[in-house]
Design a protein. Structure first.
Length: 544
C-alpha cells in the first residue's frame, strides 16, 4: 500500500532480510570462516581489474563493455573452498566453477593458491549499473561482506550513488577501505585530500584510502609496484588472525547494533500500513452501512407505494378483489385460470411484480452510491489511490450480477412471505376463509403492510396509500389478529433486510479483497520487535 515512507521501508526490509540471511546468520555460525572482502564500486571504476591484479591472474573478466561483471566472482585459497561451496553465505545463489556462469544469480568460485588463506575476494556488479538487476545484486552482495573494498576513480568519487552506499556502511559500522583508482599525477594530492575530507564528514574517517595513480596496464593487470600498498594491506590482514577477527567483529557488532533501529523502522511502517488498511476498511463499512440505512428508510417510509405499485394496489382494492375472494371463496381458482389459461396476471400478481421491481431498483441504486462513496473515500487517501490503481471505473459501481442476485432474493423473499401466511393460517379457525382468499392475495397484502408506513408520501399520495394500506391491514387483522399481524410484518421485514444485508456484504467484499493483498498480517510488527529483542538478549548473554 502506497503509504508515506512505504518504498523506503520496503527497501530497508529487503536489505535487512538479505543481511540477516547472507551475513549475520552465516557469520555467527562460522566465526572462523575466511574474511570476505567484497569489491564494489561505480561503473568503470576498475573493480575486476583490481581483483585480477591482486591475485595476478584473470579471475574476473574485465573490458570496455558495460556492465562487465554480470554475476559475482569469488576468489579464495583452495583450503578455504569448502566455506563457499555450500550455501553458508548467499544461500539464494547457485555455485559454479570452470566456465563463467550465464545466470545472474550464481556465485562463480575460483580457487587460487596465490590468494592467502583466510581471505576471500568477491567481485560484485556495478552499484550504479544501467541494469536494475545488477544494482540490486551489488547491494545484496555488499550486505554479505565482512569488509567493503570500495573502488572509485578521480572522476567518480563524489557521485551520489556511491555515497548512498557509503552512508549505509557508516550506519552499520561496516569495515571499509577505499581504493581511489586512476588518479592523474597532477591531481593526486588534491583529489585524495578532498576524498578524505568527504569521508570525515560522513563519519568514515577511519577508512583507509589507497591511491592508485593513472598508469598503463601490463597484460590487463595493474603494475605490482603501483598496486603494492593495497595488496600488502590485504595480505597482512589475511596473515594476521587477530586483525581479521577485529575487522570481522567490527562489522558484526555494527550490524547487530543497527538491527534494532532498522527493525523499528520496518515495524513502524507495518503499523502505518495496518492503520491505513483499517481506515480504508472503515470507509467501506461506513459507505455500505449508510447505504443499508437508506434502504431501511426506503422500505419503511412508504416510498415503495408510489407509482406503479400504488396504481396496481389501487386496482386490487378498487375492484374489491380481496373482498370478493373472501365472499365467493373462489379467488384462488380464478387467479390460476387467469394466469395459466388466459396468460393474464391477476392484479395481486401485478402488485407483487411491481413491488419486487421497486425493491430491486432501490437496492441497486443504494449499492451504486455505496461503491461511489467508497471510491471517493479511498481516492482521498494516498494508500487508497494505490490500491484502486485504475480499478475505480469498474469497482465504482455495483457489480454486474447484483440486479440478478437481488431479483432472485426478492422472489425468494416473496415466497417466504407466502409461507408465513400459510403457516399462520394453518393454526387459525379462519383457515377456510384464508384459503378462499388465496395465499397469494394475502401474501401481497402482507407485503403492502411491510412497506405501508407513510413517512415518505405527501398530499394525495398520502391519502390514497394510507387508505389502501388500511384495507390490507384490516383484512389481515380480521383473519389473524393484531398481534399476529405485527409479528408477521416484523418477520417479513427482517427477512428482507437480512437478504439485502448479505448481498451488500458480497458487494463490499470487492473492496475488501483489494485490501487482502496489501494488509500486513496481524501482529507482524510485534513479532519483528520481539525477534530483535531476542537477538540483542542472546548477544548480551553470549558476551557475558
Amino acid at each position: 500500500m502506497a503509504t508515506p515512507g512505504r518504498d523506503e521501508a520496503v527497501s530497508l526490509r529487503d536489505e535487512l532480510i538479505g543481511q540477516i540471511d547472507d551475513y549475520l546468520l552465516p557469520r555467527l555460525r562460522s566465526l572462523d570462516a575466511p574474511l570476505l572482502a567484497v569489491v564494489g564500486g561505480s561503473t568503470g571504476a576498475g573493480k575486476s581489474t583490481l581483483v585480477n591484479s591482486i591475485v595476478r591472474t584473470e579471475a574476473s573478466p574485465a573490458g570496455v563493455l558495460r556492465p562487465t561483471t554480470r554475476s559475482p566472482v569469488l576468489v579464495c585459497h583452495p583450503s578455504d573452498g569448502h566455506y563457499f561451496r555450500d550455501d553458508r553465505i548467499l544461500p539464494g545463489f547457485a555455485r559454479t566453477t570452470g566456465a563463467p556462469p550465464v545466470a545472474v544469480k550464481s556465485l562463480h568460485l575460483i580457487l587460487d593458491s596465490d590468494v592467502p588463506a583466510g581471505l576471500a575476494l568477491l567481485d560484485a556488479p556495478d552499484i550504479d549499473s544501467v541494469e536494475a538487476t545488477n544494482r540490486a545484486l551489488a547491494s545484496e552482495l555488499l550486505s554479505a561482506a565482512d569488509l567493503w573494498l570500495f573502488v572509485t576513480t578521480a572522476a567518480r568519487y563524489a557521485d551520489a550513488v556511491p555515497w548512498e552506499l557509503l552512508r549505509k556502511a557508516q550506519m552499520r559500522s561496516t569495515a571499509l577501505a577505499v581504493v581511489l583508482n586512476r588518479v592523474p599525477g597532477e591531481a593526486l594530492e588534491e583529489v585524495t585530500e578532498h576524498l578524505r575530507t568527504m569521508l570525515g564528514k560522513g563519519g568514515l574517517e577511519r577508512a583507509p584510502i589507497f591511491v592508485i595513480p593513472e598508469s598503463s596496464l601490463d597484460e590487463g593487470l595493474i603494475d605490482e609496484s603501483v598496486l603494492a600498498p593495497v595488496r600488502e594491506w590485504l595480505l597482512a590482514l589475511a596473515a594476521d588472525s587477530e586483525a581479521r577477527s577485529l575487522v570481522m567483529r567490527m562489522t558484526l557488532e555494527g550490524a547487530l547494533d543497527s538491527l534494532t533501529e532498522r527493525v523499528r523502522v520496518v515495524a513502524d511502517q507495518l503499523d502505518a500500513q495496518t492503520g491505513a488498511a483499517d481506515a480504508l476498511g472503515r470507509g467501506v463499512k461506513e459507505a455500505y452501512g449508510s447505504a443499508l440505512g437508506d434502504i431501511e428508510d426506503g422500505l419503511s417510509g412508504g416510498t415503495l407505494l408510489r407509482g406503479e405499485v400504488l396504481a396496481r394496489w389501487q386496482e386490487v382494492v378498487g375492484t374489491g378483489e380481496l373482498m370478493r375472494n373472501l365472499e365467493q371463496r373462489i379467488g384462488w381458482l380464478r387467479d390460476r385460470v387467469r394466469e395459466s389459461v388466459l396468460g393474464q396476471p391477476s392484479p395481486a400478481s401485478e402488485v407483487r411484480t411491481a413491488l419486487g421491481n421497486s425493491v430491486e431498483t432501490l437496492v441497486v441504486a443504494a449499492a451504486d452510491r455505496a461503491a461511489e462513496r467508497t471510491v471517493e473515500s479511498w481516492g482521498a487517501q494516498s494508500g487508497g489511490r494505490g490500491v484502486l490503481a485504475g480499478k475505480d471505473s469498474v469497482i465504482g459501481r455495483s457489480s454486474k450480477e447484483l440486479p440478478r442476485l437481488m431479483a432472485d432474493e426478492v422472489r425468494a423473499w416473496q415466497q417466504r412471505v407466502f409461507e408465513l401466511v400459510a403457516q399462520e393460517g394453518a393454526s387459525k379457525r379462519a383457515t377456510g376463509r384464508i384459503l378462499s382468499m388465496g395465499v397469494n392475495g394475502l401474501g401481497v397484502a402482507l407485503m403492502v403492510a411491510v412497506f405501508a408506513q407513510t413517512g415518505g408520501l405527501s398530499g394525495g399520495e398520502l391519502v390514497i396509500a394510507g387508505g389502501t394500506a388500511t384495507v390490507s391491514q384490516k383484512i389481515l387483522e380480521a383473519l389473524f389478529g393484531d398481534q399476529a399481524v405485527r409479528s408477521l410484518t416484523s418477520q417479513a421485514r427482517a427477512d428482507l433486510l437480512r437478504r439485502i444485508r448479505v448481498l451488500f456484504e458480497h458487494e463490499a467484499q470487492r473492496f475488501e479483497k483489494l485490501l487482502e493483498g496489501v494488509t500486513p498480517q496481524p501482529g507482524q510488527a510485534d513479532q519483528l520487535g520481539a525477534v530483535a529483542r531476542d537477538v540483542q538478549a542472546a548477544r548480551i548473554q553470549g558476551s557475558a
